[in-house]
Write a protein that binds this ligand. Sequence first.
Ligand code: URP
Ligand code: ZN
Ligand code: ZN
Ligand code: ZN
Length: 461
Amino acid sequence: MLLIKGGTIVTAERSTRSDVLCDDEGRIAAIGPDLDCPTGCEIVDASGLLVMPGGIDPHTHMEMPFMGTTASDDFFTGTAAGLAGGTTSIIDFVIPAEGQPLFEAWQDWCVKAEKSASDYGFHVAVTHWNDRVHTDMGRLVHEGGVNSFKHFMAYKNALMIDDAIFLHSMQRAGELGALCTVHAENGDAVSFLQAELLASGETGPEAHPRSRPAQVEGEAAQRAIALASLHDTPLYIVHVSTREATEAIAAARLKGLKIYGEVLPQHLVFDERVYDTTDWLSSARHVMSPPFRPKSHQQALWGGLVSGQLQTTATDHCCFCRTQKERGRGDFTKIPNGVPGIEERMSVLWHHGVVSGRLSPEQFVAITSTNTARIFNIYPRKGCIAPGADADLVLWDPTATRTISNKALHHNVDYTLYEGMTLTGVAKRTISQSLMVWDDGTLRAERGKGRYVRRAPFGRI
Ligand code: URP
Ligand code: ZN
Ligand code: ZN
Ligand code: ZN
């Protein structure tokens, strides 16, 4: 047992001075002022600290095979890094190989993820359509504990689907009470622009953002929303990076459509100038999709989070080391797309969101944990501090400062986007399943300790 004494509990609703007792089954047993310490119980002094629900990152790609290589963080190293940053659960993506049955792909991912240090779940990507996919979606929901499916409108000739497949999948997800998620970029337009740029000799990473301008995301977001509206299917748009997509989501929500939007901290903090360098590697390390945008888009993303039109934050943690990025020397379309960030997410959002005065601490909890738990139907087990909830907590020092350095991070990749950035707000301790797994600089992540979190379909009790 663990008794967290003297801290301030911050939930998405309120902040209260209160103790938290965590039981030996990994759950919260009691909360209240001045709780007694049962015999044999370890006491953790939380004075001066905020006690918040552990972060949930609903968008990671651990050891994902992608663009001819495999993301370098595996489920152990990636989730361990998450714990060091205050994130206690992830939802990763099952990506079927070409033509692979979805259920089989999910089984493969279950094996890979057995080494996770934190709890985890999966979205399953629908990358093709046939009767087997229809059947497997049902098996995944009923037997697999999956309640969300992923759709890529980009990555032509790889993961991209057309509108017909998207509609079939949305209809099926609707029958099953599952949530559709989407990467909204027009893959045909990207492919067209990539070919045009390459033909004119533009082969470097600075061409990457020019091959995926804001209209490409705006069009896809609007189309995805229009398709979802045909049957009023709920839709979650991942990594929203533009004003166009944000406005499309807000307009749809005003019409009563159930559309949700996710933001990545890197899009809030960095802009297109990251590609404005003669240092090829530095530029390539920022190659992700959607790319970094002109600064003007950031105001819309912050506005979306502040107003609640955009509900969640994630990292899209997808790590590629130098040698992997080098695959795209001479052809930017071959640079593996993806950047790290799971360990840095909470601090970046506290510093740029709360310290800057944009977000309240309660809103911070909402966008890093609670809203995600609600949208993906794992609330109140996750994202909540209440008796019976999982004892997944972060003890947050709101005034401590640290300067980010890749040497001090725990992910398995050779850079961080945030190198040298000084941030206020630090995960002092992280508790997962009632165990102190990050203790003021000491990481005690245990391989295989993480559990698969089954997620029930919506509308079913
Ligand atoms: O560049 C990215 N985002 N890589 C990971 C795959 C995806 O699109 O989410
Ligand atoms: Zn059917
Ligand atoms: Zn994506
Ligand atoms: Zn992604």
